[in-house]
Design a binder for this molecule. Structure first.
Ligand code: DOR
Length: 433
């Protein structure tokens, strides 16, 4: 048994945080209350005074690179990194090699998760076979095997008829399509946001319309075929506005943004630090303001890391040829706390909702709440703590993070998965769940 004593409990947006104790027995939260009576001989005590406890964070969009690119990350290193970031469950994208496009591959991920995972893995499978955008996968089989969503992440589904079929079949199995919105013709080998900064820096820009065309198309698809669709990593002002209007009309569209898209702008590229190279690219300060407003008013439902670890050799090159991506598990919560909660954009409860409760609902995976009887997936943070981001302390193999050296607030201290403490103040203390 574990008892978390005297901490501030953050559970849901409909309730103010309150101080109390949480008693965990086995995998379950058995009691939440004031001054729960315990026998210290039977219980592992966590002194929660001054700390905040919330439902375990759930990342609905990340990359673990196994199978195929284990030199960048694997399920063991990726889930350790996730645990260090306070995530108790993560949904890795299917753009592995081979991709997760059949039930056998979903089973492979589940097996590897059992063997070497530290946190829960909710596999995402592809929308199309081999991610070629031509023929949809066996959605029923994938769903039965345990895929929680479908996405050709990194690749848009360009053929609208293929997307239509995918939307219609996915509805039959109550599984969400996550769409990567990007018009490749318009990207045309761009490497950063197209605008003033790309002109000054002499780098080829990616016009924002590349993302917005995809969002517009997918809103029309969701509306026409009356099927839910989730838009990945929204980064532009007009993208947020289109989604806001679609929601107002009752279109079943949900979306996420990432910590880097509300924490950094294209000005950061002026250092030519390839760790700022990410897709969609870092945008302008106007876009960041719009993203924050979208988070505040509920247009943006979730925050997902898009954790995209790469090897040093793929980043230690000229900006033009570096890989796109940020290794983001271990800075996500602190960036959310520092740049959203401390800035008054979101309350802590709203941040937790966007990093736990809502992703759990969209993926339909359970979790995301702290109630008697619910699974003991729990994150504990010290919000007073300030620290300097240090990539050398990352558990991820990917050290590609542009926030290295910056001070942030709000530190994850404990990650508890199925009632086991898997991360405790810098240390992974249990390797298997
Ligand atoms: O920056 C990115 N990296 N964006 C994506 O959409 C894919 C990801 C990756 O797989 O590296």
């Amino acid at each position: 048994m574990i008892c978390i004593k005297g901490s501030t409990i953050v559970d849901g947006i409909s309730r103010e945080p309150y101080i109390g104790d949480i008693l965990i027995d086995n995998k379950t939260i058995v009691k939440i209350g004031q001054d729960i009576d315990i026998d210290p001989r039977d219980v592992t005590l966590i002194d929660g005074k001054g700390l905040h406890v919330f439902p375990g964070l759930i990342d609905m969009h990340c990359h673990l690179r196994e199978p195929g690119y284990e030199y960048k990350e694997d399920i063991e290193s990726g889930t350790k990194s996730a645990a260090a970031g306070g995530f108790t469950g993560i949904a890795p994208m299917a753009n592995t090699n081979p991709p997760i496009d059949n039930a056998g591959m979903v089973n492979f991920i589940k097996k590897r998760a059992r063997e070497s995972g530290v946190v829960k893995i909710f596999p995402i499978a592809t929308v199309t076979k081999q991610m070629k955008g031509e023929e949809i996968t066996e959605i029923g089989e994938l769903s039965r095997a345990g895929a929680v969503a479908l996405s050709d992440d990194g690749l848009p589904i360009e053929n609208a008829q293929v997307m239509r079929l995918a939307l219609q079949y996915s509805q039959m199995f109550n599984i969400r399509i996550i769409s990567h919105c990007e018009d490749f013709n318009l990207v045309d080998e761009g490497v950063m946001n197209e605008g003033y900064m790309s002109t000054i820096l002499g780098l080829k820009g990616i016009n924002r319309a590349a993302e917005e065309l995809g969002i517009a198309r997918d809103i029309i698809m969701a509306k026409t075929f009356n099927a839910p669709i989730h838009i990945a990593h929204v980064s532009t002002k007009d993208g947020v506005e289109m989604i806001r209007q679609a929601k107002a009309e009752g279109v079943a569209v949900t979306c996420e943004t990432t910590p880097h898209h509300f924490s950094a702008t294209d000005k950061w590229v002026s250092s030519y630090d390839t760790n700022t190279k990410v897709n969609p690219p870092l945008r302008t300060s106007d876009d960041v303001l719009a993203i924050k407003e979208g988070l505040r008013d509920g247009t943006i439902d979730a925050i997902a890391t898009d954790h995209a670890p790469h090897h040093m050799d793929e980043k230690n090159v000229e900006y033009d040829i570096a890989e796109f991506g940020i290794s983001g598990f271990e800075t996500a919560f602190s960036l959310g706390y520092t740049n959203l909660v401390k800035e008054g954009v979101l309350s802590l409860s709203q941040l937790v909702d966007k990093m736990s409760t809502t992703p759990a609902k969209i993926l339909n995976v359970g979790g995301g709440k702290l109630e008697e009887g619910s699974i003991a997936d729990i994150t504990i943070a010290d919000l007073q703590a300030r620290y300097i981001v240090d990539i050398d302390k990352f558990y991820s193999k990917g050290k590609n993070n542009p926030f290295h050296g910056r001070e942030v607030s709000g530190k994850v201290l404990y990650t508890i998965v199925d009632g086991n403490i898997v991360y405790n103040n810098g240390k992974i203390i249990k390797n298997r769940i």
